[in-house]
Ligand binder design. Structure first.
Ligand code: ADP
Ligand code: MG
Length: 255
């Protein structure tokens, strides 16, 4: 099924006890876009993201992914159908090389299935070769080739972020969710990260849905930008338009 919207959130609501975290909120992410989500602390951004990614089930409303209703599906199920979220490199993986970290990401190549492995051992080898080749392509694309055999734990903060991004390239993502990926990354590395996100978008056609506090980064990368406040979407448009709207600036900084 093809649809112009990769993610279509329809009237979702989530309460935590008496607190209305997300209130009848609708928004969407167009295929091929880098869509940003901003808003003051407590606006409901992470809760909304968690509902899209399957970490939280909405009290009401639907999450449509690539034309199908995925409300209530688990993160691993969403992962399998191409909704990817970046994860920090876990402690256990810091003792593996950058390349091995990429090769860890499950794909859907032959050899994945027990029967194939049992009856056709040759396939496993060819899968291994294919995965390795893909991982090498990914490190090249991200210009991490020179550190591919370094232990992930020894990489710089910025290189780790690139590796996190790289893991989303090991499977066929329809959309990549980035939740404050720039947090704790210095300006020059941030630039590097941003240009790689741009290249993934422009050259490889990746769609991104991004929560970010860094307004410069949002302004550079995202169009459109969606603004949330008090659990609701209050505006959507190019960053220049958002910045120029006094009501939004008021709602954004006035709380
Ligand atoms: P944002 O990411 O925009 O800062 P959140 O989605 O994290 O906002 O939070 C929205 C509101 O929901 C806040 O008032 C927050 O305190 C509350 N909240 C978020 N998660 C929980 C939770 N697990 N339990 C109770 N309240 C929560
Ligand atoms: Mg948050």
């Amino acid at each position: 099924m093809t649809t112009d919207l990769v993610i279509d959130v329809r009237n979702v609501t989530k309460r935590f006890g008496g607190l209305l975290a997300v209130n009848d909120c609708s928004l969407s992410v167009r295929r091929g876009s880098i869509t940003g989500l901003i808003g003051p602390n407590g606006a409901g951004k992470s809760t909304l993201f968690n509902m899209v990614a399957g970490n939280i089930v909405p009290d009401s409303g639907q999450v449509i992914f690539d034309g199908a209703d995925v409300t209530g599906m688990k993160p691993y199920q969403l992962f399998r159908i191409g909704m990817l979220r970046t994860f920090q490199i876990a402690h256990e993986f810091s003792q593996m090389t950058a390349l091995e970290n990429l090769m860890m990401v499950p794909g859907d190549q032959p050899g994945e299935h027990l029967l194939d492995t049992w009856f056709r051992p040759g396939l496993v080898k060819s899968r291994e070769t294919a995965v390795r080749k893909k991982a090498l392509d990914v490190v090249d694309f991200l210009k991490l080739g020179h550190v591919r055999n370094e232990l992930a734990g020894n990489l710089s903060g910025g290189q780790k972020k690139l590796l996190e991004l790289g893991r989303t390239m090991m499977v066929d993502a329809k959309v990549v969710l980035l939740d404050e990926v720039a947090a704790g990354v210095n300006k020059s590395l941030l630039n590097d990260l941003a240009s790689n996100i741009e290249r993934m978008n422009r050259e490889l056609g990746y769609t991104f849905f991004v929560i970010e506090h860094d307004m410069d980064l949002i302004g550079r990368l995202c169009d459109p930008v969606i603004v949330m406040a008090q659990g609701e979407k209050i505006a959507e448009g190019p960053m220049a338009e958002i910045r120029a709207n006094p009501q939004i600036v008021e709602a954004y900084f006035g709380s």
